[in-house]
Every structure is written in structure tokens, then in C-alpha cells.
Design a protein around this ligand. Sequence first.
Ligand SMILES: [Zn+2]
Length: 295
Amino acid sequence: MEKRGTFAGLNSIKFNQYFRTNDDCTKYIAEIKWEQGYHCKRCGNEKFINGIKPYHRRCLSCKYDESPTAGTMFDKVKFSLLLAFHIVFKVVTKKKGMSTLELSREFELRQKTCWGFKWKIQQAMASSLTHPLQGTVHVDEFFVGGPEEQKRGRAKGNKKLVILALEIVDDGVGRAYAEVIEHASSKELGAFLNKYVSKDAKIIADEWTGYAPLKNEFSKLEQVKSDTGKNFKDIHLHIMNIKGWLRGIHHHCSKDHIQGYLNEYHYRYNRRNHMGSMFDLLMKKMILNSPIRLL
Ligand SMILES: [Zn+2]
């Protein structure tokens, strides 16, 4: 099988040279989509001829003509593929991402249109859940979109309760994941840890009672006094950074969509040392993961 071309790096001039036309983008999508071979979506047959349009494939058995974008997050996008690629590149490679307002100004699209596409990008940025956090992991919860004083109560009104887990490594911090939860109950805290943290990890939480029953499942879980945050400096800094980012760039983001923003933040954060490969990796997720309908 021929090796597909991949775009790497953060240089927008090179990006413009690599993707000049919609056909360049269609080709990129087709190569990712069928990199592991062709299977007709309708009948599963593996033999095809070229379809009617460039890079389409037509099944030799049932004659179904499949476009490269069919079944991907680029299906039925309301603007050109070239524009869609530019938006993905900007959102993923800019250190702080781009708000839908900025996107609508730069690309002369309606903000609502940008929002719909960015929402898809954020879904693709969700963790694949294949690399749980290891070693020493700090966990804590915080509120987004309101004052702090109601710590640990049920999230009310506009506020959303978020749980965060952060790897602590020798020379600083490793990866992190965050999720919106309803209550800081053992059930929800446990579900989060099961999803994102290895069973062998040394999990460090504060003295909140919700963590105590989880010691049965996570044998190395320890609870330590927060001491007004002194014992949790790194995770508190991380929380401040998320909040600052949400406030600064995305202050219009609806509280119901916080999870998408948490996905976006951590997609970039967890790959901060491999930024050059972020675009291609995200393209793969947008093409190979099943498309998700807009809420
Ligand atoms: Zn077929």
C-alpha cells in the first residue's frame, strides 16, 4: 500500500502550499479514510473502481458511489472543504484556539455556522480513552461559570461542576483530563477515575468524603489535607489556567457546552510537546470516528 502524505507542523505558509484546492483536501480525506483498505459501506465488498467525481470510489458489486467525506465529520459541511481545513488547522494549532466569533470574522462566515463546525471539532478532540493517566495523579473539582463558595454542592443554575485529574511527573506535570459531573458523589468521582486513570496510579485527593469509598477500587488512593491548596499547587494552577482561558477567549460559550471546551483544552494541552502532529491526528479522528449529530 502506498504511504499517504501527511501534513505536519504549525507553519501556515506551508499549510497554504500543501492545501491549495478543494481537491487537495478531498484527496487527504480519501487517503485517511481508506488507508487500511476499502470496504463498501453498503455491502462490505472490497473491490472498487473510480467513482464519478475525483477520489470517489464505486463498489464493483453494488455500484454504490461513495464520496470520501461520506460518514465523516466533513460530510455536508456548509462551506468549502478548503475552508473547513483552514478552520481545523487554526483551532488546533493556535495556542489558545479560536472562538467562534474570531472564526466568523476571519473566514466571513456566520458565527452560528462556525459554532456548528467547531462543535464537531471539539467532539473529535475527546480522549480516545486508550492512555489512562499513570504514576502520581492529583484530582480535584471546581466550578465553572460562577462563584466558588458552593463547593461540592450540586451544580446549580449556570454553574457546572468539573472534575480534573492531573499527572504529576518528576520534572513537573504530565497529562490531564477533565469532565463535567452533576455531583461530587463517590459514584460520579469513581466513574471518572475509571475512565481516565490507571488502577495502579497513586491518586491523591483532598479529604472530601466522596473519595473515601473509592479506596476499595483504587488501592493507592490517598487523601491528604488541602491546607488551603498548598498540597495541590500544580492542579490549582491548572484549574486557574482553564478558567482564565474560558473567560478570556470563550466567555460566550454556553454552560451546556463546557465539556466540548474541556476536550479542546486538554487535546492541545496533552500534546503540547508534539504540536506538529496535532493537525493530522485530529483529521484522522474527524474522518474515522463516526460523525456525531449536532445537539
Ligand atoms: Zn457495495
